[in-house]
Design a protein around this ligand. Structure first.
Ligand SMILES: C[S@@+](CC[C@H](N)C(=O)[O-])C[C@H]1O[C@@H](n2cnc3c(N)ncnc32)[C@H](O)[C@@H]1O
Length: 317
């Protein structure tokens, strides 16, 4: 808890402790909780030095679970790197920005010989009822990963598009390369911010999202740049990309219908802060946006980027 100030309930207002005490305020231990989170438009957000724009409440955890199920279904797997055999034998794996830990928990169950560590700046991951080979750490990756170099065989990171500036992306990729063992795999999954076959309102709103994030120095279009950035670090061999184009709306069957629900949860999550928007206002504003996905048969492009860390050069005489 920070000294002397309290994030007092809504709108993360900092109030001097002595001022609060002058009207009889006593610290009853809620300070930690109030310091840890901010409430904006009835949604709970992190309170870390980071511009990450999504909430971290129960609704958001539900959204993460739905995306985990949808993407696993679309790809037929939880990752694209060729690490299946190694995972069966037993390796160490890190998931950066693990959220509620769905990816970590499921893989820990699938590969009991391997060890999985999930890391997130918001402590929304489970602390109990988890496989014994899964653990979680509260940490802001922008302050560095708390592991020695060459620790992990596989590092995974999914959907951090609303978290970093371009400069920070490069920093995070380098940090991931540092903690990877030589020949280990790094894998990132991201989504392009502009839907394919977008209608006019759809285009307008997508652009608004990109511009809002740009004005906050967040690189929402990271899916267009990630391969080049990985190449820039010179830490990896060939970067491979596995792409899926996913229909959004009933025109895409059951899957598309669920994608539309997932999208509405996503816009609701990001609008709470970005548009300072309540759920009611959101539903009204986004009605045409969602209808256009059906009318224009729009879809989103998802990409997995994966590559092996280069072996260090060994100089022999
Ligand atoms: C959209 S969620 C994705 C969560 C998870 N990877 C998944 O796919 O379900 C992004 C997560 O990244 C975390 N995050 C954002 N910035 C971070 C940072 N600087 N350090 C650690 N975690 C961060 C957020 O707290 C959030 O849980």
């Amino acid at each position: 808890m920070s000294v002397g100030t309290y994030n007092y309930r809504k709108e993360s207002r900092k109030i001097s402790l002595s001022l609060l005490q002058s009207i009889g305020f006593q610290d009853q231990g809620f300070g930690d909780i109030l310091d840890k989170f901010r409430i904006i438009n009835n949604r709970r957000f992190h309170n870390v030095t980071s511009k990450y724009s999504f909430p971290n409440d129960e609704i958001e955890i539900g959204r993460m679970e739905l995306s985990h199920l949808l993407l696993k279904n679309a790809y037929g797997s939880n990752f694209s790197s060729p690490v299946n055999d190694k995972l069966r034998d037993g390796i160490s794996v890190l998931d950066v920005g693990c959220g509620a830990g769905h990816w970590v928990i499921e893989n820990a169950k699938d590969y009991p010989n391997s060890t999985f560590v999930g890391l997130d700046m918001s402590p929304i991951f489970p602390t109990e009822n988890k496989p014994r080979n899964a653990g979680f750490i509260e940490c802001n990756v922008l302050e560095g990963l708390p592991f020695p170099s060459n620790t992990f065989d596989f590092v995974h990171q999914k959907f951090l598009y609303a978290a970093f500036s371009e400069k920070q992306w490069l920093q995070v990729i380098k940090e991931i390369a540092r903690v990877l063992k030589p020949s280990g795999y790094a894998e990132f999954m991201e989504v392009e911010p502009y839907p394919l076959n977008a209608g006019p309102i759809n285009k307008e709103i997508s652009e608004k999202y990109v511009q809002y994030h740009k004005s906050n120095d967040l690189c929402l279009g990271i899916a267009f740049k990630l391969k080049d950035m990985m190449d820039t670090t010179k830490s990896f061999g060939e970067v491979k990309i596995e792409k899926r184009i996913l229909a959004v709306g009933k025109w895409g069957g059951n899957f598309g219908e669920l994608m539309l629900i997932y999208l509405s949860m996503t816009t609701e999550s990001s609008s709470a802060l970005m548009l300072e928007c309540s759920k009611q206002k959101h539903d009204k504003m986004f009605k045409t946006y969602f209808e256009e996905f059906e009318e224009y048969k729009s879809s989103f492009v998802y990409k997995r980027f994966y590559a092996q860390k280069r072996q260090p050069f060994i100089i022999t005489d």
